[in-house]
Ligand binder design. Structure first.
Ligand code: NAD
Ligand code: AHE
Ligand code: ZN
Length: 375
């Protein structure tokens, strides 16, 4: 199905830290292996803010940010067979081609097919952008660019979902909620009875708590510098709350003392390298495993005494919770429809695309988990 160049509204980030500008953007036709999607709902994730702030070494400007969204296929390029116009879809920044050595390995959800292009803000076919404003190209972001009424993505980055699912809710299954659940289920593989610590109680950290509760964890200790987070965190399974500001001792020692030697699993869901260290060091000697979920700024590095690893602690990381995107996002949507996982509970605000700058500010207010924009 071939159509026309579409002119629509999109939020363009022209420079780091400068307000996004709602512009008329031209969205080119999808080429071979590409899909043009009408985005209906998009949420904001902390990672959008991170790239906008200029701290992402892959950040390119001007660009169209956004990666947690849902929409309907408008048209497809040559050779696209897995989706057709009218299909309800979730764009996936973590692609799944099912053919590359990553996809075939069974050991990872990372996919190598289009990663170089998505990191460079362009499409794989011709290494060019499908977005422009008055003839000037605007970069893509994470292969998704969902802060736009229409976007073009690679076909390996599109999950087709049950059309009965409400798009203004399941858009969250494009990033934060699967990341937290999968960090527990796929990356750490938390067993029943485990003691778990979650650092950072935003959407990602709360989804870790939800996943840990479902896995049968006996204690789920939430750590956040914002004490207001505890009330809401209880609803996601957090059983105890620790605010580092209430203690003189290093937070890792506080947790070791609380747990007779340390936790079985910890998760860093902030993007702060000193907290990453604390999260590793609060793990139990001999077996404690710490998973890095947060994204740290360019130039930041992690450190600890190697003795921490020599004595049996394990340091891991996760991208999109280890979920194979095109295969498992539709499965997560079904789990939501069967009320087996929460999604609505993470949505604290609803706004319009035109209010996106206000929504960005809200991200830094304690009361905001996810803000969903009507696009
Ligand atoms: P968020 O901003 O909503 O949540 C972060 C929480 O951390 C807040 O509650 C904040 O109060 C708390 N916090 C900040 N500093 C702290 C400290 N020193 N000690 C304890 N708590 C502290 O963010 P989010 O959207 O939930 O994302 C969390 C992180 O995960 C971000 O870094 C984001 O970029 C990253 N992320 C990674 C993946 C992945 O695939 N690995 C996916 C999604 C998000
Ligand atoms: N460009 C960033 C990378 C940031 C990063 O690690 N992104 C996560 C997803 S965060 C979603 O909110 C991820 O999936 N990483 C794997 C990948 O291939 O990008 C930087 O810091 O360089
Ligand atoms: Zn995200």
């Amino acid at each position: 199905t071939q159509g026309q160049v579409i002119t629509c509204k999109a939020a363009v980030a022209y420079e780091p830290n400068k307000p996004l500008v709602i512009e008329d953007v031209q969205v080119a036709l999808p080429q071979a292996g590409e899909v043009r999607i009408k985005i209906l709902s998009t949420a904001l994730c902390h990672t959008d803010h991170y790239t906008w702030s200029g701290k992402d070494p892959e950040g390119l400007f001007p660009c169209i940010l956004g990666h947690e969204a849902a929409g309907v296929v408008e048209s497809v390029g040559e050779g696209v067979t897995d989706v057709q116009p009218g299909d309800h879809v979730i764009p996936c920044y973590q692609a799944e081609c099912k053919e590359c050595k990553f996809c075939k390995s069974g050991k990872t959800n990372l996919c190598g097919k289009v990663r170089s292009a998505t990191g460079a803000g362009v499409m794989m076919n011709d290494l060019k952008s499908r977005f422009s404003v008055n003839g000037k190209p605007i970069y893509h972001f994470m292969g998704t660019s969902t802060f736009s009424q229409y976007t073009v993505v690679h076909d390996v980055s599109v999950a087709k979902i049950n059309p009965q699912a409400p798009l203004d809710k399941v858009c969250l299954l494009g990033c934060g909620v699967p990341t937290g659940l999968g960090a527990v289920w796929n990356t750490a593989k938390v067993e029943a009875g485990s003691i778990v610590a979650v650092f950072g109680l935003g959407t990602v950290g709360l989804a870790v708590a939800e996943g840990a509760k479902a896995a049968g964890a006996s204690r789920i200790i939430g750590v956040d510098i914002d004490s207001k987070k505890f009330d809401v965190a209880k609803n996601f399974g957090v059983t105890e709350f620790v605010n580092p500001k209430d203690h003189d001792k290093p937070i890792q020692q506080v947790l070791i003392d609380l747990t007779d030697g340390g936790v079985d699993y910890s998760f860093e869901c902030i993007g702060n390298v000193s907290v990453m260290r604390a999260a590793l060091e609060c793990c139990h000697k001999g077996w404690g495993t710490s998973v890095i979920v947060g994204v740290a700024a360019s130039g930041q590095e992690i450190s600890t005494r190697p003795f921490q690893l020599v004595t049996g602690r394990v340091w891991k990381g996760t991208a999109f919770g280890g979920f194979k995107s095109r295969t498992q996002v539709p499965w997560l949507v079904e789990k939501y429809l069967k009320k087996e996982i929460k999604v609505d509970e993470y949505i604290t605000h609803n706004m319009n695309l035109a209010d996106i700058n206000e929504a960005f500010h809200l991200l830094h207010e304690g009361g905001c988990l996810r803000c969903v924009l009507k696009v």
